[in-house]
Design a protein around this ligand. Structure first.
Ligand code: ZN
Length: 508
């Protein structure tokens, strides 16, 4: 019999004995794991199993992460034991199987950070204390690096921590294994969640003050098959909204949108996928319009920025305050400008169009990849093309690309393949960030928007009235001066604001 089988069989037999003596599963694991030699890879595996159980997995689920050590029959036995409550019987059977060679313990992952799990059992209170310090450190670091969210996930029984900066995820230092479960517990306590509940998703909020800035964090805990994962979205309570002239518009596009905003009535739509900044752009427009002589109302889900002087309403489905219901109510307030967070259905769309046709400026957003597609989307939702023609002023599709860090910008030659993909002309110069302390070695600092603006004109109206399809609409828009997202992005590559990689990541 091979050595690995012998150790594994011994482990299971001891576990069976402990549980037979009424020791709880986690206690038994913590005791028996200490008897496995430190160099033995089984120790690492069992530590991973223990961590998984601690974060909410069943024994079977925890074992299933190490198929090289535990074949399917072992998992089945563990499951039967858990279901019948006679887990020790299953453990004895598993031990027999390894002893007589029915099961074979194959190559196991080598010794990892996990070895410290079985080091002298740390006091639970001490772990909690360390977890509190760790959470404070991680959130502080994330905020300092301008991260928008932090994610705590489980990979192979170990915790992985990542933060998102300028839309891209970066790894962070994970807590030591013994306190990983305490970190999850700590985050749930901070978010005022039920700590014992690990089967259903939960939401919570954390109010924090990090180096003088008030932060409002949304916390979400979700039970995944690998363990309970937590994500934190960091919202700054005093966001700085850029003015319209600093929102990344090219001079031509700035003139276009400023013109639309001067109209007494009609609809302006911002379009893009999630995280493209289309809602922020709506707020930027509202800020531009906000003055004593103008009544502005909004219906949003949720309200993301509070603007002084604007009447903002958050939809509350659970209280019966639905999107269409709130819209009707706000219309009775007789607004000049009406912001509708997002067009999700025909009800919302038709209320918005009616408001636009009766002399109100309506600002809203739509989930669509490009400007002509947003127009088609409104028609697909059930809006008559004639109403699109008469109510819509224009669509502004937007994406965010990362800005090159000004501290470490350098000229370089990208691969010819990329230059060709981006359809960049000959003789163009390209820049990138080398990476420096100012940008956390990423080469990027902050983001800038790129745009594609389709204004309704006679040529577009004619397409909408006759052959109303995406290709014809796109051609008419291009012929009448619309810069595509790629063209606007390429102009920003040319100016050394962003990289060709960013452009290709976002818009090709
Ligand atoms: Zn830099």
């Amino acid at each position: 019999m091979n050595e690995a089988n012998k150790t594994t069989a011994l482990f299971w037999r001891k576990m069976g004995v402990m549980i037979d003596a009424s020791l709880p599963l986690m206690k038994a694991l913590a005791t028996v794991v200490k008897e496995i030699p430190e160099r033995d890879p089984l120790r690492n595996v069992i530590c991973g199993v223990a961590a998984a159980i601690e974060s909410g997995s069943t024994l079977k689920e925890a074992l299933a992460r190490y198929p090289e050590a535990f074949p399917p029959t072992v998992l089945a036995l563990a499951e039967v034991g858990e279901m019948t409550g006679a887990i020790e019987q299953s453990m004895f059977k598993i031990a027999d199987g390894y002893d007589n060679g029915t099961f074979s313990a194959g190559e196991m992952p080598g010794q990892g950070t996990c070895a410290q799990y079985a080091a002298p059992a740390a006091d639970a209170a001490e772990n909690d204390d360390t977890a509190v310090k760790y959470v404070k450190m991680v959130i502080g670091e994330a905020v300092k690096s301008r991260a928008s969210d932090i994610h705590f996930e489980w990979v192979n029984g170990n915790m992985r921590v990542r933060r998102r900066i300028d839309g891209v995820l970066h790894g962070m230092e994970a807590p030591p294994v013994p306190i990983q479960a305490s970190v999850i517990r700590r985050l749930k306590i901070m978010g005022a969640m039920n700590v014992a509940e690990r089967r259903v998703p939960q939401d919570g909020r954390i109010q924090l003050n990090v180096s003088g800035a008030d932060l409002d964090c949304r916390v979400s805990a979700v039970p995944c098959v690998t363990g309970e994962s937590i994500s934190i979205r960091i919202l700054n309570k005093q966001p700085v909204l850029p003015g319209l002239d600093r929102a990344g518009f090219s001079p031509e596009n700035l003139e276009k949108i400023a013109g639309w905003l001067k109209q007494p009535g009609g609809m302006i739509v911002t379009a893009g996928p999630a995280g493209s900044g289309k809602t922020t752009l709506l707020y930027t427009c509202l800020k531009e319009l906000n003055s004593d002589g103008v009544k502005i109302v909004t219906v949003e889900d949720p309200v993301e920025y509070v603007i002084a002087g604007v009447n903002q309403v958050a939809v509350r489905q659970e209280l019966g305050l639905t999107f269409p219901g709130a819209l009707q109510g706000m219309l009775r307030q007789d607004p000049d400008v009406f912001m509708i967070g997002e067009m999700r259905d025909m009800d919302t769309l038709s209320i918005g169009v009616n408001a636009a046709l009766t002399g109100r400026l309506v600002l809203t957003s739509l989930y669509a990849n490009e400007a002509p597609a947003a127009v088609m989307r409104m028609i697909e939702m059930g809006l008559d093309p004639f109403f699109v023609s008469s109510a819509l002023l224009g669509v502004c599709a937007q994406r965010l690309v990362r800005r090159i860090c000004p501290e470490c910008r350098e000229e370089y030659k990208p691969e010819p393949r990329l230059v060709e993909l981006a359809k960049a002309g000959p003789g163009m110069k390209f820049f990138r960030g080398k990476g420096c302390p100012a940008c956390n070695q990423t080469g990027y600092l902050g983001r800038i928007a790129i745009h594609e603006m389709l204004g309704i004109n006679d040529r577009i109206r004619s397409v909408l009235a006759h052959d109303c399809d995406l290709a014809a609409l796109r051609k008419a828009a291009r012929d009448t001066g619309m810069m595509t997202l790629r063209e606007d992005g390429l102009a920003k590559v040319k100016q050394g604001i962003t990289t060709i990689d960013e452009l290709l990541r976002i818009a090709v």
